[in-house]
Design a protein around this ligand. Sequence first.
Ligand SMILES: C[S@@+](CC[C@H](N)C(=O)[O-])C[C@H]1O[C@@H](n2cnc3c(N)ncnc32)[C@H](O)[C@@H]1O
Length: 245
Amino acid sequence: MITKTSLRRRQKKQSARPLKNAINKIVENDLIRRVSYEEYREKVRDVYDGPQGALLATASLLSGHMALGDRLLRERKFDLRGAKQILDVGSGAGQIAKHLLKYADEDAHLTCFDLSFEMLRRARNRLKSDAPRHLVADLTRLPFANESFDCITCGYVLEHLPEARSGLAELARVMRPGAKMLLLATEDSFSGAWTSRLWCCRTYNRQELYNTCQDLGLVWNKELWFSRMHKIFRAGGICVELVKA
Ligand SMILES: C[S@@+](CC[C@H](N)C(=O)[O-])C[C@H]1O[C@@H](n2cnc3c(N)ncnc32)[C@H](O)[C@@H]1O
């Protein structure tokens, strides 16, 4: 389990770089802080419905995102075995769902949802499978009963909310006790700030995200890294396995 102390040590190092942090803040997209959530959500839907969303399907292949994600599940860094009800949050073009279909138990049920209908259509094209249930939904208002899932994957969606709590509280609600979640999020680093420009999102501070999860009973079980190089250079953003207490 990740302790507060180890994270705090790292955080201390980061806050000792005020100039870098200030530059990151300037670079970061701030639309999410300037308009209401409803206005922002419309903008996000437009971005992903449109050509940029179409590009994401190809971009994730070119950037190595697909291969790296595959590795997380193939090498069982995030172990899907035993999970029967799996929820993929903000499925996009089906990048994570593709791996879930490949590595989950044969009798597992997969539900994929996204804010953008167009992204779900792209996901269906990519997955070429009738197995997953696809639906349009907003992470802050999930149409699922309490404790319906024993496994959740949430890749790069939380950064499309003004604050993490509203989304994480919904996810905690639909998770069974002991259920686990693979959470990927854009970090408040220099590359994270540029990513936020490209995808019109915000970034998260690792320590703050950890604290919010703790408050909601979502325990950071282990930090994950796509590869050894990512671990050495602390690259690739926030990638963590959470367990609902
Ligand atoms: C960067 S893509 C991530 C795709 C995939 N999960 C992955 O890891 O590659 C972000 C996706 O989240 C969706 N999204 C953004 N805000 C959302 C919300 N409030 N509820 C549900 N989906 C949302 C977007 O439409 C988009 O398809």
